[in-house]
Write a protein that binds this ligand. Structure first.
Ligand SMILES: Cc1cc2nc3c(=O)[nH]c(=O)nc-3n(C[C@H](O)[C@H](O)[C@H](O)COP(=O)(O)OP(=O)(O)OC[C@H]3O[C@@H](n4cnc5c(N)ncnc54)[C@H](O)[C@@H]3O)c2cc1C
Ligand SMILES: *[C@@H]1O[C@H](CO)[C@@H](O)[C@H](O)[C@H]1NC(C)=O
Ligand SMILES: *[C@@H]1O[C@H](CO)[C@@H](O)[C@H](O)[C@H]1NC(C)=O
Ligand SMILES: *[C@@H]1O[C@H](CO)[C@@H](O)[C@H](O)[C@H]1NC(C)=O
Ligand SMILES: *[C@@H]1O[C@H](CO)[C@@H](O)[C@H](O)[C@H]1NC(C)=O
Ligand SMILES: *[C@@H]1O[C@H](CO)[C@@H](O)[C@H](O)[C@H]1NC(C)=O
Ligand SMILES: *[C@@H]1O[C@H](CO)[C@@H](O)[C@H](O)[C@H]1NC(C)=O
Ligand SMILES: *[C@@H]1O[C@H](CO)[C@@H](O)[C@H](O)[C@H]1NC(C)=O
Ligand SMILES: *[C@@H]1O[C@H](CO)[C@@H](O)[C@H](O)[C@H]1NC(C)=O
Ligand SMILES: *[C@@H]1O[C@H](CO)[C@@H](O)[C@H](O)[C@H]1NC(C)=O
Ligand SMILES: *[C@@H]1O[C@H](CO)[C@@H](O)[C@H](O)[C@H]1NC(C)=O
Ligand SMILES: *[C@@H]1O[C@H](CO)[C@@H](O)[C@H](O)[C@H]1NC(C)=O
Length: 539
């Protein structure tokens, strides 16, 4: 689990931290840092505070605003020495300049959804560059493009698009509070995945500020860096200020269905069949599975699996019925199961978190969705899992910790199979039939911020899946960050083993190291799983 590991890493740091670093952290340089920042941002702050030190009343509310993973909401979580809530590019430049000058690390936070808190936790003295106020969105319906600042959320982007057009959309994640900055930097998928690929596949330009504070666009950064930030962009190469994205076409009427089946309703056979149907059916249909266990008090045994089939179809219900009757009659989908609506209504419905009848404006609310205590993992599946394999999964879900556990299975195929692994830094394409998200939740108010037995359960589920998922490497998704895969040594300027790098990026890892070596040879931008330069040069 993360917290014990964190503690041991910290203990290790006290013993082995190089003397130069000890000096940097022992001396109280918060004042120098804050002074440097103030000097370089004074002309822009006006009445809005941009620099927040621990003494400021704004510091804790801002730190906690986008702290989305509650297991890190503890007093012992290492806090930043300063938070900069940038409003302008010059504030980002000042943060880079002053952090470098005074020996601080930077953690960049856009939406704060990182599973391991890498955008707001560091073991060495650090600054959080918080972009939540940096969130403007500029949509051009004529060209079907948009410039989106990193601090915007997916919900804001979806909402703004819907205000301009009923037939444009953007293919990104389900959860409205996820940040555009981190999400597109790691790939980003949602219900339009099979038709249009990842969010990162639809990026056509970007603004990045590099280690020297230089503001770069696609043509000035060059194609290598532009390639790298689409999938490998999490705090590795610089600060992504904004993305220019291509909007995609959706019909005025789309159809959503959500049906569920228990084991007693043949769920095992349906899940088995789903593995053949969902990745190969027409790309207008993305049919995801939500898998959990539930009480079944009238039965022996009294727990059963509940499999939710949740789908977006880019077309009307009649066409969907024809398609489903032809390819997946076993599910028994009826016309009543299908609801026609606009794309923005489908966003609300598929998020699975908003009350029925919510207005799309709820997508603008950064705190509308609950924060949770969780541990999550990922897998990619290349061959259908046998019925025996599925039954073994259900057995893992019969354990008590699984009461708050679950998986989402997202079908690949369609557009995802057409894009080569090397097109952008995100590598998991043809050959995969679906992506598994594995999660466990617990009631932290009762159990405490970390529940070892719940974490053990999700690791057990992951271990159980080993024979059924990708191997050599066992692939993982950078947006589902998991420190169980390994981390860089926390001591800066070290070049450590990188098994996680191969798992997240497969053959693209080598090129990412080359890009890193070129744009940030001194390894200023780093975190527990950042791309290392091949040879570190102190800058
Ligand atoms: C509840 C929930 C639902 C999710 N649903 C989906 C989903 O449907 N589909 C999907 O693909 N993923 C999903 N994710 C995963 C999500 O895409 C990643 O966690 C993503 O990295 C979050 O981006 P963020 O900006 O919110 O996070 P942050 O924590 O702010 O950032 C994530 C990482 O990117 C770095 N970073 C952030 N902004 C920048 C920037 N501007 N420049 C450079 N580096 C930056 C951070 O330092 C950090 O390392 C979900 C996550 C959660 C918690
Ligand atoms: C740094 O200085 C400030 C005030 O100048 C003080 O409040 C804070 O406790 C000091 N921090 C450390 C780590 O010594
Ligand atoms: C800030 O600016 C003042 C005056 O402009 C200067 O004297 C001081 O050295 C600067 N401090 C830092 C930390 O840059
Ligand atoms: C602030 O404004 C003054 C006067 O316009 C200018 O001389 C100075 O360079 C500015 N400082 C910064 C950091 O932009
Ligand atoms: C990119 O930046 C360069 C240099 O600043 C500039 O000349 C060029 O017009 C920019 N390109 C685009 C497409 O904005
Ligand atoms: C389950 O599947 C079997 C065989 O495919 C079928 O005979 C039976 O009617 C199904 N049961 C239900 C409840 O759908
Ligand atoms: C399920 O069965 C077990 C033992 O058979 C019993 O202890 C438990 O209370 C039952 N749970 C429910 C929800 O009925
Ligand atoms: C699909 O199958 C259902 C159930 O068998 C049937 O009621 C419906 O008419 C069929 N619809 C189409 C379009 O084939
Ligand atoms: C919301 O709508 C769905 C689909 O129509 C329905 O099944 C569900 O019961 C509704 N929930 C509430 C709380 O009204
Ligand atoms: C956002 O959602 C939260 C949680 O439901 C609510 O408390 C808050 O009032 C909402 N904010 C706005 C501006 O609607
Ligand atoms: C940053 O500046 C240094 C010193 O001027 C220069 O050697 C290096 O090439 C620059 N890095 C980038 C990525 O432009
Ligand atoms: C680590 O350092 C060694 C020796 O300098 C180098 O050969 C290797 O490529 C580096 N590994 C990475 C992943 O950068």
């Amino acid at each position: 689990m993360n917290m014990p590991k964190r503690t041991s890493l910290l203990a290790f740091a006290f013993v082995l931290l190089p003397s130069s670093l000890l000096a940097a952290s022992a001396q109280n340089s918060t004042d120098d840092l804050a002074q440097c920042l103030t000097n370089r941002t004074e002309n822009f702050t006006g009445l809005i505070r941009v620099i927040h030190t621990p003494q400021d009343p704004t510091y804790t509310p801002i730190y906690e605003l986008l702290l989305q993973e509650l297991r890190f909401m503890t007093n012992s979580t290492p806090k930043p020495w300063v938070i900069v809530t940038a409003l302008k590019e010059s504030h980002i430049q000042a943060t880079i300049y002053c952090s470098k000058k005074h020996g601080f690390q930077i953690r960049i936070r856009s939406g704060g959804h990182d599973f391991e808190g890498s955008s707001y936790i560091s073991e060495v003295p650090f600054v959080v560059l918080d972009l939540f106020q940096f969130h403007s969105i500029d949509i051009d319906v004529e060209t079907a493009t948009a410039w989106v600042h990193s601090g915007a959320t997916l919900g804001q982007l979806y909402y703004e698009i819907s205000q301009k057009s009923r037939t444009l959309a953007f293919p990104a994640g389900y959860w409205s509070t996820v940040g555009v900055g981190g999400h597109l930097a790691g790939g980003g998928y949602g219900a339009l995945l099979r038709k249009y690929g990842l969010a990162a596949d639809n990026v056509i330009d970007a603004i990045v500020i590099d280690v020297n504070g230089t503001i770069l666009n696609r043509s000035s950064m060059g194609e290598d860096l532009f390639w790298a930030i689409r999938g490998g962009g999490h705090g590795n190469f610089g600060v992504i200020v904004s993305w220019k994205v291509k909007l995609v076409a959706v019909p005025e009427t789309v159809t959503v269905f959500k049906v569920s089946r228990t084991l007693e309703q043949n769920a095992t056979a349906l899940v088995h069949r789903w593995q053949y149907v969902a990745p190969t059916i027409h790309e207008d249909l993305t049919m995801t599975l939500r898998i959990s266990s539930v009480d079944a008090p009238q039965q022996i045994p009294n727990r059963t699996m509940l499999i939710g089939f949740e789908s977006l179809f880019l077309g009307g219900a009649d066409r969907l019925q024809v398609l489903m009757n032809a390819s997946f009659p076993e599910l028994g989908l009826t016309r009543e199961d299908c609801r026609e609506m606009s794309w923005i209504e489908s966003v609300l419905m598929l998020a699975d978190i908003f009350p029925n009848g919510s207005s799309p404006a709820i997508l603008l609310n950064r705190t509308a969705v609950p924060k949770q205590y969780t541990k999550q993992k990922a897998d990619y599946v290349e061959k259908p899992i046998s019925v025996e394999g599925l039954e073994g999964i259900w057995k893992v879900f019969s354990e008590i910790e699984a009461e708050a556990g679950g998986m989402n299975w997202t079908p690949y195929g369609g557009r995802m199979s057409e894009i080569p692994d090397s097109e952008i830094a995100y590598p998991h394409r043809a050959g995969n039939i679906f992506l598994i998200y594995e999660a466990v939740y617990w009631n932290g108010e009762k159990i405490g911020p970390v529940s070892p037995r719940h974490v053990r359960w999700v690791r057990k589920l992951h271990r159980y899946l080993t024979p059924y998922v990708s191997k050599n490497p066992r692939s993982a998704y950078a947006n589902y960050r998991d420190y169980d895969l390994g981390t860089n040594n926390i001591i800066p300027f070290d070049n450590q083993s990188v098994s996680w790098g191969i798992q997240y990026f497969k053959n693209n890892f080598k090129r990412l190291v080359q890009v890193k070596t070129k744009v940030d040879p001194g390894n200023f931008f780093q975190n527990e799983q950042s791309i290392p330069p091949s040879k570190v040069t102190r800058s």
